[in-house]
Design a protein around this ligand. Sequence first.
Ligand code: SME
Length: 160
Amino acid sequence: MTYDFKIAAADAPTMYRDLASALEGLVAGETDAVANMANAAALIWETLPDLNWAGFYRNVGGELVVGPFQGRPACIRIKFGDGVCGVAAETRQVQRVEDVNAFPGHIACDSASKSEIVVPLIRDGELLGVLDLDSPRTGRFTHEDEAGCVRLGEILARVL
Ligand code: SME
């Protein structure tokens, strides 16, 4: 089987709709969380422009531990409340950060990162982890990106 996803839509809502349906297809019927996170990270990385990191931190006993991702090697463990990922995990709120250098406690795994979005992944009241996307462009993530990434998070929370 080959996966040849080429998503090139004119506008962000259409692109995220296509991305969401590609993701649903990719994870359909698979229950292995690592496999699903790995393919999701690759699909997002291939589809969204201007990213320098795309992947997951998992909630392992109340601490975030890096999961499958694309990009440079990253910080391995992040405490709840620390950095953008830790705040997303602690508050269970999406963190959309226009300028990471203005975010108190931001953890700079890659000095190229300028903006970031982190989506908590929650199933049945349990925080499974977070989806983290970084960009080398300030203000890369818009409200439309946030809506699209929340949708991706809903799909992922069912299969992790
Ligand atoms: N910048 C993140 C850390 C994770 S890396 O970006 C992959 C943060 O502040 O939580």
